[in-house]
Design a protein around this ligand. Structure first.
Ligand SMILES: Cc1ncc(COP(=O)(O)O)c(C=O)c1O
Length: 349
């Protein structure tokens, strides 16, 4: 029998959905799919945006919905890089998700990278360098990712506030928080920041912490001042009604997903202790559902062969200056055990 492939390469979810999510699917009234939502009669976009508005304490009109975080990001980048002012510049982190540049390229945008520096076992944002680049380049969009993929580091609410305080109003600050629920349960900074600044968009998703990448549900929070973009983004006839119900059930079952995150943290420690101790290896601190490992590049072919033999897919990074690195999704403990043992076996050959 052919062995099942284990995917630890795209930060997906190898655990079970919560009971509430399973129940929501079972209880879903199929007749709902025969009609558009009527919630727009009340001037709202979705039962999910209403739910998010209450949960995050942000006005419903400032909640964005999209087909995954990718859609919120794409809508934002396409909209703001094609304005009449002709400003097509977007700043992105040096090591980051390839998709940011790709969506800017789709509208002939100009992407510039600001540095991230390595300090001990972590990467850090260089706030002074970002400030200087913002002053020199006057970008249309400053994109921040917190936590960042693949480096795993993020910005604190205080650092975000500091950054926003020096960015001119004409520059949109777009924060990709796809992995932010792993960092803290306290989301109170979101309403403070979107109501304090006029140029902020925060993008989140059900795909990572809530483990539902196949649901394609993303959401965002946006400053009041960006009304035109809110109108552009809103869907007049509503959103996927099945996805709305499942998304609400997922956000209501935080405890289940906190427990999964706790188990992932145990595995993270295991990787730090066991792989971090191998000569030539380095495990970076991260606050997400993946870890980044630097390995001796001469081991690459042997590692690739060993993972292929185990039927495990992990991500061998190829990007400049971060190409002797592996990004591995935190799977179930027994999967993480196999990954660690595979690396150890090759490292000791
Ligand atoms: C940094 C980052 N942002 C956003 C996403 C978007 O995920 P989704 O479109 O599934 O919400 C991903 C997915 O891997 C990601 O790594």
């Amino acid at each position: 029998m052919e062995q099942e492939l284990i995917f630890l390469d795209r930060n997906e979810f190898n655990y079970s959905p919560s009971e509430e999510v399973i129940q929501a699917l079972k209880d879903f009234d199929i007749k709902k799919l025969c009609f558009y939502t009527r919630i727009y009669d009340e001037g709202k976009k979705s039962i999910f945006s209403v739910f998010l508005s209450e949960l995050y304490g942000v006005d419903e009109s400032q909640v964005l919905l999209g087909y995954g975080g990718e859609d919120i990001l794409k809508q934002s980048v396409h909209y703001f890089l094609t304005q009449a002012d002709g400003n097509k510049t977007m700043l992105i982190p040096k090591f980051s998700w390839w998709y940011y540049k790709s969506i800017a390229d789709e509208v002939e945008g100009r992407t510039l990278q600001y540095p991230l520096y390595e300090a001990g076992n972590t990467f850090k944002y260089d706030i002074a360098a970002i400030k200087e680049m913002v002053e020199n380049e006057r970008p249309k969009i400053l994109l921040l990712a917190s936590p960042n993929n693949p480096t795993g580091n993020g910005l604190t609410p205080e650092e975000l506030d500091e950054l926003l305080s020096f960015v001119p109003k004409e520059t949109i600050v777009l924060i990709d928080e796809a992995y932010a629920s792993f960092v803290t349960e306290d989301n109170s900074y979101i309403s403070k920041l979107v109501n304090k600044y006029d140029n902020l968009i925060i993008s989140r998703t059900l795909s990572k912490f809530y483990g539902l990448p196949g649901l394609r549900m993303g959401f965002g929070f946006i400053s009041k001042g960006l009304e035109k973009f809110i109108r552009y983004s809103n869907k007049y006839l509503g959103y996927n009604r099945l996805s709305e119900d499942i998304a609400i059930a997922a956000l209501k079952s935080d405890a289940h997903y906190r427990e999964v995150a706790r188990m992932m943290n145990e595995s993270r420690k295991m990787y730090e202790e066991e792989i971090g101790a191998l000569p030539g290896f380095k495990v970076y601190d991260s606050v997400a559902n993946f870890i980044l490992i630097k390995y001796p590049i001469e081991l690459k072919p042997a590692l690739q062969a060993a993972f292929a033999e185990e039927n495990y897919k992990v991500k061998f990074m190829n990007e400049p200056d971060i190409n002797t690195h592996l990004r591995i999704t935190l799977g179930r403990p027994e999967q993480n055990r196999i990954v660690a043992d595979t690396i150890k076996r090759i490292a000791r050959q």
